[in-house]
Structure formats: C-alpha cells, structure tokens
Design a protein around this ligand. Structure first.
Ligand code: AMP
Ligand code: MN
Ligand code: ZN
Length: 894
C-alpha cells in the first residue's frame, strides 16, 4: 500500500505540516519540499508507483518465497519491513478514523482480516475523496447549473491538485485523475427512461439476429410487453387476472438468456482452433480512428463488422452518478481500424450491433469481459455469441499477471497505464488523452488474440485442449445474465454483516432505516448509493444516533448533497431508531426476525418498497373497525371509496391504498397536507410499479420512429431479421409437428412435466417467483449448462450455417438454417426445480443469499489479480453497496 520508509516519512511530515498554516505562509510552500499540491501529488504517486513495482518484484508466494525464507537474514528483513509497513498503514487508517489494529497480531486471526481492514479503509478514503472532489467542483444537485444546449465543457477539467504538473517528467510519472465538472446527466437524453424499479431485469431484446431458435413471442409481441392490463375496458380484478395470465405464460422466456440455445450449440470454427500466424497490429498513429455518434455511422460499422472474421471490443463505464451504472463508451478494433462509439448518444440504437455480435462465425475478442457482458445486456440488449476472452487465455497460460497492461507489455512491449480507467467517462467531447487511452484497450487485442492462441497450442504440444478450454470459459461468460440489484427488507443485514460491527438494537434500526432511505433515494434520483450516503457515514450516524439534525451533518465530512437536503427526514429516522428498546447487540444480530416484531408500535418500518407498514408518527388514531379492507389492492376499481377511506384514516390508508398504476397526478394547489399524510404520499410516490416493464413508456418515441421508418437502415436490418424469424417460426412449427408424430410418448411426458412445473410454479407464484427463478437459474451456473451441451451434442446438431445473413446485398445467403437445425426445446432436460420454489423456508419468499451469488463476481472478478482476492472488488464502496444488496423482494400480494 505505502511506499518505502522514505516516502512514509515525507508523507507523515507532510500531513503534520499541512495543518500548520504559518509554516506554509512563510515558505510559500505547501509543505517542506513541495511548492504546491501538484508537486506533492506527483511525488506521492510516483512513490506509490515505485513501491507497487517493487512489491511486484518480490519473491512470489509459494516455493520461491519459501526458499528465500529459509535464510534467517531474509526472514528478519521481511519482518522488520513488514512491521514498518503495518505501522504506516495503521497510522493512515487512524488518520482517517478507521479501525486500525493492523499490527496487533492477537486481535486478528490472519491475513484475510487484515485484508478486510485495508479494503474497508480504502473504501472510506476513496469515498471521502470522491465526495470531496464533488464538493470542490461545486457539484450540488440542487444548484447544478443548467447548461445551454450548445455548451461545450472545457476540454479537460481537473481539480487544481491534479492538474498536469508543470515540470517535465516521464509519461508514467504524470498522473491525472480526470474529474469532470458540470457534466450534464446523460440520463436526461436517454430515449428510454432508466428503470431503477425494484423489479428483476428483463432482457431488452426485440429482434434476434442469427437465431437458431426464434425469439419468444414475449419479446416480439408488443402487445404483451406494452399493453397495460388496467387500460383494458374491464373490471380491475379481471385486468389483474389477465396480467397474471400473461406474465405466467411468459415467465420462462422473460428470464432466460435469449441466446442460450445458440450458445449451447456453438461450435468454434476449425480455423480458430489451429495455430495462427500472429498478425502484427498496425502502429497506432497509422491507424484510422473513427468516432461514432450517429446512427448512420453505427449501421455502416455494423455492416463492416459483419464481413470480418474477428474484432476486438471493450467498454468504459460510469457508476458514481447513476444507480445501475452507465456504459459510456464502446471501443472496437479491427485489424485495420479503431472505432470509438459514443454509447451515451447511441444507447437506444446499439442493439443493431447484435447482428455482428451474435454471429457465430465472427469472434469477438474482449479482455476481462465479465462486467462487459452484463453491461451490454443491461444498457443495449446486446449479446455475444463466440466470445474469446484474453483474460481467460492469460489464466490458462499461467502468465505472471492477467491484467491487460501486463499482456500489452508481454506481447506488444507497450507500456500502458490504467490511469484513465476510473475517469469520468461521461465527459463530452472526450479529451484526446481519453480517446487514446480507450483505443489502447482494444487496438492490440487482436494481435494478443493471435499470440495467446499460438501459445496455448504450443503449451499443450499442439493439442487443442487448452485452447478449447479458453473458448469454453469465454462461452460461460457470454452466458451470464445481468441481474438488477433488488432491495429486500434484509438487504441491510448483509451489508451490516460485512462491516463486522456490533450494533445494539437502536443502532441496527437506524442502520436499517438509513439503508432503506438511501436505496429509495438512489433509485429515485438515479444516483449510486455511495453518492447518496457512503456506507462509512451511514455507520457513523447509526453508531452515534445524533439527537439533533446538526449531529447528522457532523457525522458526514464532507456532507453529501442529498444528506444536506434531507437532513430532517434523516433526523426523523434516527429518532425512530432511538425509540427502540435497547437490546444486546449479539441477540439483536442473531434474532434478526425479532427486529421486526409484528405489532409493536416501536417498529416503525419505513422501507421504501414496503408500504404495508408505516411509521407510528404517521398514524392517526383510529379504531380497529375503521381499518381499511382494501389495503394492498393493486387494481382498485373503487377509487372513490378509497379516497373516502383516505380521508378517514389518513396516513395508514394512504399507504395501504397502493394505487400503483396511476401516474402521479400533479398536485393542484390545495391545502397543504398534514405532515404524516405528506410523508405517506412520498412513500407511495417512491413505490415503483413492479410491472412497469409492461407499461407503455411514453419516452420510447424517437427510437421507434427510426425503427419503422422504411427509409432507415435500422428498418432494413429489423426487417431482415423479422423475416427470418417468421420463416423460422414456420420451420419451428413444422419441426414440432414432426417431432410430435415421431415421439408422441416422449412429448406426452414432456407435457406432463411441464404442467407439473407450471403447477408448482403457480403454487409459488407470489410475484417473486420470477426473481427466484432468475436466481436459481444463475446459481446453477455453468455446470448445468455444460451438462446440457453434452447431452445435446449427440443429437446431430447442425453447425450454424456460416454467416446466416451477411448483408442485404447477398440475398441468396438469406436462407434460414437447415430444417433440422431447430429442435423444440426439450423440457425433460431443463431443471424443473426452478419452478418449484425454495424447498426450504417460505415458498413465497425469495432467499436473498441465492441471487447474491450471481453478484459475487461483479467487478473485480473480471481482472485476474483482483479475483484472487475476493474482496478486492470492494475497493470502490459505491459499487460494493450495490452488489451487496440482497435479493428477496417483498412485492405486494396479488
Ligand atoms: P476496463 O475494461 O479496464 O477498460 O474497465 C472498464 C470499466 O470498468 C471502467 O471504465 C471502469 O468504470 C470500470 N472499472 C475498471 N476497473 C475498476 C476498478 N478497479 N474499480 C472500479 N471500477 C473499475
Ligand atoms: Mn474492459
Ligand atoms: Zn477499457
């Protein structure tokens, strides 16, 4: 973490001196030896870099290290240096108010816990840095200037301290953290609104190029997807029923991987399994680089890519000022050219690349694609068929490190640095440096693809086994499904467990309420939870339970804008927590159920997505017989009556009457509502309609026009694939008919099983079933998928016809795959348990831990070294915050 002892000393003295203003003034220096912050930062980062290099050069754990350790001199030296380092780290942690018993060997069972400490501290420090940067930039949502349409942000906006150093220095010594000021929220321009609702993710696909199995009608049928059941001219109860029927029928399709079948039947073309002659990359400065930000260019690029045997892809992503994250850039390199795609601009059009991305004859080369695969699905509905991940190759080759930097150095002797990795990729226009950086991520990748393939074959004495295993691993990654973070009543416990703090009941209640508040606000405002309220501040508030709003502010340094804005709301939550009877922490933690006793007025659950209970302060006194009967009704056909009820019992009924499917009416300036009613209203407003995905979105207009404008290129592509899919559907029917005749018995069995599955599914259908299914599916993971491949391989699966539909100019190629290429899906081979619900526990409840697995790999997992340390991915707290979320969702009963 920290550099040599020399830099420790200067860092320490620096910190001390920074506090004494007089010193600064006298010398005109920031601190001794450094004339300004730039100089200090430059020196500091240089020191860190050399320390990192030095530590990488240390004997590797394992044999090498054990050997060295047999020399007492080495051992002594290690110990003394180790102590120094731990001491230094302890000091830094203390300085930041983190737990810091790094050196106290008794208190720690080992490396893992120490590592946790470091990760936690990094979290705290980085979060603080992020917020300070925001503050320094004057980022305050409420005061954010509205930028004129033609406004161009300055090319590079940097905070003063990370401005380029004036002195000379080698490239690698100059660090720059790009932090954009006043970036317009790209979300504002999105044609389709971001869906932060607390509902499982449903694939965004509606056209399926290169299909061997047609896209399920759920995705192609606009009616099903967009029609609001409550818009039908039928009583509410019937609409409700219709809705259930619709979703039930499609539930398998809704959460399946749209290209599962194609991926299961993917065979890597022979040419990619034999030893290639590595084709040297073109020098970067002789390579054309195009910036793609129009639909026209994107379509042209797609046509170009469809003609190639392979291309390289990478993405850049932004996650701080968005709840789910935003894919901000896509880089594509061919052997000849580089392309940078503005995916914020073309977000709704990116799907057309599916034609090239899902073509099994074209290899898509990525490096560390775990996250990329998820981002592509989440933001664009893009899927990858025939992926080669060079990170997996690096692992199979057992290279020293598996980062892209390392491969670049190893194979291309290119010195790269990842300093822009965490830049704000929303900045437009992109500064040149960032474009260059982004290009580097894909420019050399095809050459690396050649090189690693050659080495994988050499490594294995010419046998394709090792190479094949990389293709397989890559395929597993492309089978990953994006999972949306789902808030559950127990999500907070998972985060709390990770913190390893013991809370008493009041503290834990505060933590729970703050967690819920943060999640709700983050979704609503489309911000990361780390932006709304960093975890370490949330803990501080929970631990201190400040009596005054000012006390909450005091727990936060710097104060997150939304905390400042809603400090009174937060104060109410803390007050509620303080009213909890005090229980010992251990009991509290163990008996978590006891924390939500059913009727006790102290339990003031104010979850953002649970409107079935409202805080005590919201309740007007009412007698039991006044209790509204209709609480929880989704489709009220009796609004007036409900309104009367609302008047009578205000807060409670307001919350209980979940008029989910109403657009929020703009309030006419009536009398101001009483506080509890206001609050209840806010809760209702915060409740996102879980069926939003079925509702017509008023925002989707622009893209649609493009799609149905026959003159547009998109239309051509859509039509092409639609035609094919119609043909295929006919083929499918034909195949089904045949299969029926040939194997009536079999079909019968399948049908039986299917009914059984449906039945048990129905039994467990408590809305959440879909989430559970998603989780169960993802949990089964690669192993199960492999099984199916194996079982189906024997069944004379035809190879996908090479480049099914290359381009419009080659209509003769438009013939669909041979008749027998489509097999009706064999349900006897699918895992029916998926529909059976959780054997254990309450059938209607979703087990958060199950889906949580799907999240484990999230970010760090993509990179080799990081995934060695499970926790390393947590180094950015706001990311962890998301992935830590549990997954059982408390949907209203229907
Ligand atoms: P890369 O594939 O290295 O270009 O990274 C793609 C995106 O992943 C970046 O734009 C970042 O948003 C994100 N990312 C990469 N590494 C990290 C990290 N260590 N912590 C957080 N985010 C990361
Ligand atoms: Mn990447
Ligand atoms: Zn990248």
């Amino acid at each position: 973490m920290m550099a040599s002892s020399k830099s420790n000393q200067s860092t320490n003295s620096g910190l001390q001196d920074m506090n004494s203003d007089t010193n600064d003034d006298e010398n005109g220096e920031l601190c001794p030896g450094f004339k300004d912050v730039d100089a200090f930062v430059k020196y500091g980062l240089g020191a860190v870099l050399s320390a990192t290099k030095a530590s990488a050069a240390l004997p590797q754990a394992g044999d090498e290290y054990d050997f060295y350790r047999s020399f007492p001199g080495f051992q002594e030296f290690c110990e003394s240096q180790g102590d120094k380092l731990l001491h230094c780290m302890s000091q830094i942690m203390q300085h930041h108010g983190c737990r810091s018993h790094m050196r106290d060997r008794n208190k720690l069972t080992g490396q893992e816990e120490r590592f946790d400490l470091v990760v936690d501290s990094n979290d705290v420090i980085l979060e603080r840095v992020g917020i300070l940067l925001d503050e320094a930039d004057g980022v305050n949502r409420s005061q954010q200037p509205v930028m004129p349409a033609g406004f161009q942000p300055p090319k590079i906006v940097v905070s003063s301290w990370n401005r380029k150093g004036t002195g000379s220095g080698s490239r690698s010594e100059m660090f720059r953290l790009l932090h954009a000021k006043n970036v317009t929220r790209p979300q504002l321009k999105f044609k389709e609104k971001v869906d932060n609702s607390n509902t499982p993710f449903i694939p965004k696909i509606f056209i399926k190029p290169n299909a061997m199995k047609p896209l399920p009608s759920y995705f192609t049928n606009k009616q099903i997807r967009k029609e609001r059941p409550e818009d039908l001219d039928v009583p509410a109860a019937l609409a409700d029923f219709i809705h259930q029927q619709r979703t039930q029928e499609h539930v398998e399709d809704m959460f399946a991987h749209p290209y599962q079948y194609e991926l299961d039947h993917l065979t890597i073309p022979e040419s990619f399994l034999s030893k290639p002659v590595a084709q040297m990359y073109k020098p970067m400065d002789e390579t054309r680089c195009s910036f793609i930000d129009t639909l026209e260019d994107l379509v042209a690029l797609n046509e170009k890519l469809c003609k190639l045997p392979e291309f390289a892809v990478d993405l850049e992503h932004h996650s701080y000022r968005s709840f789910l994250g935003l894919t901000s850039l896509m880089q594509i390199s061919t052997r000849e050219e580089d392309f940078i795609i503005d995916t914020l601009e073309l977000r709704s059009e990116m799907y057309i690349l599916n034609e090239a991305f899902t073509d099994p004859a074209i290899v898509k080369v990525f490096h560390g694609s775990d996250s990329d695969i998820e981002w592509l699905q989440r933001d664009f509905g893009l899927y990858v068929v025939n992926l080669f991940d060079t990170h997996q190759a690096s692992r199979a080759l057992n290279l020293a490190r598996h980062s892209l930097d390392h491969l670049l150095k190893h194979f291309c002797n290119v010195d790269s640095d990842k300093r822009y990795q965490l830049a704000d990729w929303r900045i437009r226009p992109l500064p040149d440096e960032m474009v260059q950086y982004a290009r580097t991520d894909t420019h050399y990748l095809l050459y690396i693809f050649d090189s690693v393939r050659a080495q994988l074959l050499d490594f294995n004495h010419g046998q394709p086994g090792l190479l094949q295993s990389v293709w397989n691993k890559s395929k597993d990654i492309s089978l990953k499904k994006y999972m949306k973070p789902i808030y559950t009543e127990e999500s907070y416990l998972e985060l709390q467990r990770k913190q390893k703090r013991s809370f008493n009941t009041q503290q834990l209640t505060a933590f729970r309420l703050l967690f819920a508040w943060r999640d709700k606000l983050a979704r609503q405002e489309d911000e990361s939870t780390g932006y709304v309220l960093p975890t370490h501040m949330m803990i501080k508030i929970s631990e201190e339970l400040p009596k005054e709003p000012q006390g909450i502010i005091a727990c936060c340094n710097p104060v997150p804008p939304l905390v400042r804005q809603q400090v009174n709301e937060l104060h109410l939550l803390v007050q509620q927590a303080r009213e909890m009877p005090l229980l010992k922490a251990e009991i509290a933690a163990q008996k978590k159920k006891g924390l939500t006793p059913i009727k006790k007025p102290e339990v003031l659950l104010f979850g953002p997505h649970d409107t079935s209970r409202v805080s005590e302060s919201d309740l007007h006194p009412f007698s039991p017989d006044e209790l509204p009967v209709k609480q929880g009704m989704l489709f009220s056909d009796d609004e007036h009556k409900m309104d009367v009820d609302v008047q009578r019992t205000s807060g409670l009924v307001a919350a209980a009457k979940i008029t989910l499917f109403e657009e929020l009416e703009t309030q006419n300036d009536q009398e101001p509502l009483p506080v509890p009613q206001m609050k209840a209203r806010r809760i209702i407003e915060s409740f996102e309609n879980p069926f939003r995905m079925y509702l017509p979105s008023s925002d989707v207009r622009v893209n649609k026009n493009a799609k149905f404008d026959p003159s547009s290129k998109i239309f051509e592509i859509s039509k092409r694939w639609k035609l094919q899919s119609i043909e295929q559907q006919q083929k499918e029917l034909e195949a089904k008919r045949k299969a029926k005749e040939e194997a009536k018995e079999h079909i019968k069995k399948v049908a039986e099983e299917r009914t059984k599955a449906k039945q048990s599914y129905q039994e467990s259908l408590q809305n959440v079933a879909t989430v559970r299914q998603q989780a169960a599916e993802s949990e089964k993971g690669g192993g199960k998928k492999r099984e199916r491949v194996a079982s189906e391989v024997g069944e004379s699966t035809p190879k996908p016809s090479k480049k099914l539909m290359k381009s419009v100019e080659k209509p003769q190629k438009t013939e669909p795959p041979p008749q027998d290429s489509f097999k009706p899906f064999d349900y006897s081979q699918s895992d029916l348990k998926v529909f059976a619900g959780n054997k254990a526990k309450d059938n209607t409840q979703f087990d958060p831990s199950r889906q949580a697995h799907g999240f484990k790999k999230k970010r760090g997992g993509a990179k080799g070294q990081k995934s060695n340390f499970g926790a390393a991915g947590r180094s950015m707290s706001y990311l962890a915050g998301k992935s830590d979320r549990g997954f059982r969702h408390n949907w209203p009963k229907r």
